[in-house]
Ligand binder design. Structure first.
Ligand code: SF4
Ligand code: SF4
Length: 446
């Protein structure tokens, strides 16, 4: 049963300290230097669902906690400065609603003249809300199962993984091979939502003729899901387990086919969480393919299928892999066309940072897979119903630009973007095929 009905003002006060744990010079800059110019507002996908969901309005909630603890006058006269934690259940419900209207897409960050990343502040705000008992039930169940390493104790998830293993064995995969140059890191979510991406990656590795291996166990549900709800402890436990496995395998590179949040997790967050400089580098499979194409070591059939590329914000905006997928896709499809917002300002799909994972259609799908019914309170149900409506509004700009290209296939490289765009295009009656990059490339191998 979710804690959605509960609220304890004392707990809300005590939990304020958790927000300050993240106070480093960068976060301090985010807290202090917003001039309220509003430039970030137009780019936030959730502003379309309501002005109250603008980046500054959401980040303001964390600033309230910060002011109440750090600045002298707001500490003495909190009511004069809008400082302090939520005081009622209704108020905390509003805070949760705002905190779950952010995909951490980074569009506000690249738009802000002062480099303020409101999405990072909202992530910390989610951590604060987790401490007052507000983590969506499905997310919490997944976080707990992932942290306790019991995901495969669920019959449905176990079946998904063992079906995947059967297919991988048919492809002749050598699992858990120490000292292979490349370690392919995939996840249970990828096996569940986009299995073609995993099989496609394996086919590409074989064609590339590289020395590679992968784990025969899922290392996580995706990357630590705890990080999406601000659960630092669960994140640390899962990160450590993944890191220890990679270290034991001792690869020179880890390779990902999922360019969503696992990509930034492995490249940027893992070393910080573990506190060690990793001995391996992180690459996305498209980098290997692009290099092999350049060197003439791999060939694709040319299809006339009209294709466009949706760049996952983690891989593109944050990771800098913007042109590589375009170079590869333009060689595979003579009908390749860029999206209107291609590049650093690429529009967000609207479902990142766990939003698409908890909306009612996903919840129903997960209940079937897990073979259980999640007991939600009336307030959590209405929170999720409204979240779904807002997600469809937030994702409309992406659907519109897909429609404008006239493409029949949208290729991307993020499990979450695939799932979100699947829901939003369906809701707006736009009929396109969706493919993960590794799957699409493997299908067109010569
Ligand atoms: S990170 Fe994206 S969704 Fe979150 S506030 Fe910024 S623009 Fe909006
Ligand atoms: S663009 Fe930057 S400075 Fe302007 S309102 Fe947004 S966060 Fe504040």
């Amino acid at each position: 049963m979710s804690g959605w009905e509960n609220f304890n003002p004392e707990e809300a006060k005590v939990a304020m300290g958790s927000a300050l744990k993240h106070l480093d010079p960068v976060m301090l800059h985010f807290f202090e230097n917003c001039v309220n110019c509003g430039l970030c507002e137009v780019n936030c996908p959730y502003t379309a669902a309501g002005e109250e969901y603008g980046p500054v309005e959401k980040a303001e909630l964390l600033r309230k906690l910060y002011r109440a603890q750090v600045q002298i006058l707001p500490r003495i006269f909190p009511w004069l400065f809008g400082a302090g934690p939520p005081k009622t259940k209704e108020e905390v419900d509003e805070w949760v609603e705002k905190a779950y209207r952010c995909t951490n897409c980074g569009l506000c960050y690249v738009t802000c003249p002062f480099g303020i990343h409101s999405g990072e502040m909202i992530k910390v705000l989610r951590g604060y809300l987790a401490r007052v008992g507000r983590v969506p039930t499905l997310l919490k169940a997944m976080i707990d199962a992932e942290a306790s390493n019991t995901l495969l104790e669920n019959k449905g998830l176990k079946e998904i993984w063992s079906n995947m293993l059967d297919k991988l064995r048919e492809e002749g995969v050598e699992f858990n091979k120490k000292n292979a140059k490349y370690l392919y890191v995939t996840s249970l979510a990828e096996a569940m939502m986009t299995p073609g991406s995993v099989i496609g990656a394996v086919k590409l590795f074989k064609k590339l003729g590289i020395d590679w291996t992968m784990s025969d166990q899922p290392l996580s549900m995706r990357a630590p899901i705890g990080s999406l709800a601000g659960d630092d402890e669960a994140t640390r436990v899962v990160a450590r387990r993944i890191y220890d496995y990679i270290k034991d395998m001792n690869p020179e590179y880890i390779v990902l086919s999922d360019g969503g949040y696992p990509y930034t997790f492995f490249r940027f967050d893992l070393p910080r969480i573990i506190g060690e400089k990793p001995s391996f580098k992180v690459v996305h499979i498209v980098e290997l393919v692009e290099e092999a194409l350049h060197e003439g070591k791999i060939k694709f059939k040319t299809t006339s299928e009209s294709v466009t590329w949706h760049s996952p914000c983690k891989m593109g905006r944050f990771g800098g892999l913007i042109e590589e997928p375009v170079k590869v896709l333009s060689q595979v499809s003579s009908g390749f066309v860029k999206l209107g917002s291609h590049g650093i300002f690429n529009k967000c799909c609207g479902g990142g940072s766990s939003i698409a994972c908890i909306v009612p259609p996903t919840q129903e799908m997960m209940e079937k897979i897990l073979g259980m019914s999640l007991q939600l309170t009336a307030s959590e149900k209405s929170f999720l119903d409204k979240l779904y409506k807002d997600m469809l509004v937030a994702g409309k700009a992406k659907v519109d630009e897909i429609k404008e290209t006239g493409a029949s296939t949208v290729v991307t490289a993020c499990v979450g973007c695939m799932h979100t765009i699947g829901m939003t295009t369906k809701a707006y009656g736009v009929n396109v095929k969706l493919k993960m990059l590794s799957e699409f490339l493997a299908e067109n191998l010569e």
